[in-house]
Design a protein around this ligand. Structure first.
Ligand code: SF4
Ligand code: SF4
Length: 479
């Protein structure tokens, strides 16, 4: 690896030495107002409010959304998901992925520009930065001046607010796993007289994860920012394969803009061979990932539209038509038309519709009850009592509903089985109840040594709530 400062002695001008570990330049984004800047705010605010407020909303005596890991139950509104429902979660993730693909084919990386948590949190952090340190030029000046009272106060206030936002984010995120009200109270330190020290009531694991996510938020939104999008996010790496020539993305209209260059007002710039771009670099100064969209579509571009707002302002000032930088497609720039109806888009859309239909059906037919039957292997395979063959089983009933249920058990299958000493059982919400049962059948009624037996468990309160499980009934070998 060559040092970037090393001057090669070769006379061959084609050889260039590149330092692969180039340091990243700090980005001082210019504040901009416009349609897309407002749109980002209006998509970001409801998402943040939803994220922050949801854990505080209760449904009955529990949070409306609660991922209860110790009990292995996910409560989402009135539905409780169990590990048995893992397939539904898998469906949901596949649907989300296909939705993202569909949107990317149609509108490029709008998810990144408008709704991704990394973008939304960075937007808040930049707003705080603007508030305490001013716009681009003031921040550049502040950073270059020596430390003094003003710099310490401005930077101190910014970092304090950043840390506060990060802490609220960490607390809220863990509030989806631990009831947020108890967690918040548990994080208030108090003096423990018995041990003579300050202490917290929250579980140590909860405290660790709250502070872990506080640190991650502070680092990601405050310091790493665009580097997460450029170097860490896997979506940034593969989204380009979903683009086609009709994908709407932020483009610079080079045919209109070139040749770029400064000009005097009211000058016939076209006569001088100039295009509409005055080379003011505003589009670069507002870009949160520090790229020049005039160099063409780049994988770093998150389609946030801020350069569109910036350039439109410049066009307004120059009295030129807007849209030198705009959301458009390659095809539109070349031929004047974008094809919205295209096979790739319909393929992804069909995938989303089919999977959503499958998911809705699975959710619709999902029973809030599961049954497991184990043949009792600690006793003899079977016993014969007064001409009857007897097998013993353990039936496990899992009530996955929100209310207690009384369940009846029935048996059916290859022979006229009978349950002995059986009583119906009451199982509380969320409880797994195990009941040992004996099944008898007349020896001569058994068709073979190994027979099929079906256990049906049904709720007395709601006959539609039913689950079945198949097992084997073992008898003597037929001669
Ligand atoms: S903002 Fe518009 S006019 Fe200014 S440099 Fe960018 S493309 Fe050219
Ligand atoms: S080039 Fe424009 S749309 Fe792309 S990230 Fe930069 S400002 Fe946003």
């Amino acid at each position: 690896m060559k040092d970037s400062n090393h001057k090669p002695e070769s006379n061959n001008n084609d050889i260039k030495y590149v330092n692969l570990y180039e340091t990243d330049n700090k980005i001082y984004t210019r504040k901009i107002k416009g349609f897309y800047q407002a749109l980002r705010r209006y998509t970001g605010i409801p998402l943040i409010l939803g994220f922050v407020l949801l854990p505080w909303i209760n449904l009955g005596d529990r949070p409306a959304v609660w991922f209860d890991l110790p009990e292995r139950q996910f409560h989402i509104l009135s539905v409780t998901f169990w590990p048995q429902d893992f397939m539904l979660l898998a469906w949901l993730l596949i649907i989300a992925a296909f939705l993202l693909f569909t949107v990317t084919v149609l509108l490029g990386r709008v998810w990144c520009g408008f709704t991704c948590p990394q973008t939304v949190w960075t937007l808040i952090y930049i707003a705080v930065e603007h508030f305490f340190e001013g716009d681009r030029n003031k921040r550049i000046k502040l950073d270059s001046q020596p430390w003094g009272v003003e710099k310490i106060l401005r930077k101190g206030a910014k970092h304090t607010v950043w840390l506060l936002i990060a802490f609220i984010t960490g607390l809220t995120f863990i509030g989806y796993f631990v009831p947020v009200k108890e967690l918040s109270v548990g994080l208030i330190p108090y003096f423990d007289k018995e041990h003579g020290m300050l202490t917290l009531d929250a579980h140590p694991a909860a405290i660790f994860w709250v502070f872990f996510f506080t640190a991650i938020t502070y680092l990601n939104a405050g310091w790493l920012r665009e580097q997460v999008c450029k170097f860490m996010c896997p979506y940034a790496r593969f989204q380009s394969v979903m683009y086609d020539e009709d994908t709407l993305a932020v483009h610079y209209d080079a045919a209109r803009g070139e040749n770029r260059g400064p000009r005097k007002a009211n000058q016939d710039y076209k006569a001088q061979g100039l295009g509409d771009c005055i080379d003011c670099s505003w589009c670069v100064q507002v870009c949160p990932v520090d790229i020049d969209i005039r160099d063409g579509l780049q994988y770093e571009c998150i389609n946030c539209g801020l350069c569109v707002d910036a350039c439109n302002q410049v066009m307004d000032k120059m009295d030129y038509p807007r849209g030198l930088i705009r959301f458009t497609s390659d095809d539109e720039l070349k031929t004047g038309k974008t094809r919205f109806i295209r096979p790739r888009l319909f393929g992804y859309l069909a995938g989303v519709i089919i999977m959503m239909a499958a998911f809705t059906t699975a959710l619709w037919v999902r029973q809030p009850l599961s049954v497991d039957v184990l043949r009792d292997r600690s006793t003899q395979m079977y016993r014969i009592v007064r001409g009857n063959v007897r097998n013993v089983y353990t039936v496990k009933i899992n009530n996955m509903s929100e209310t207690p249920h009384t369940y009846r058990i029935k048996v059916s299958g290859d022979a006229p089985y009978e349950l002995k000493r059986y009583r119906s059982v009451v199982v509380n919400s969320g409880e797994v109840f195990s009941i040992p049962v004996q099944v008898m059948v007349k020896k001569e009624a058994l068709p073979s040594a190994k027979n099929k037996i079906i256990f049906t468990v049904q709720s007395k309160e709601d006959n539609a709530v039913t689950a079945t499980e198949t097992s084997s009934f073992i008898g003597p070998t037929k001669k």
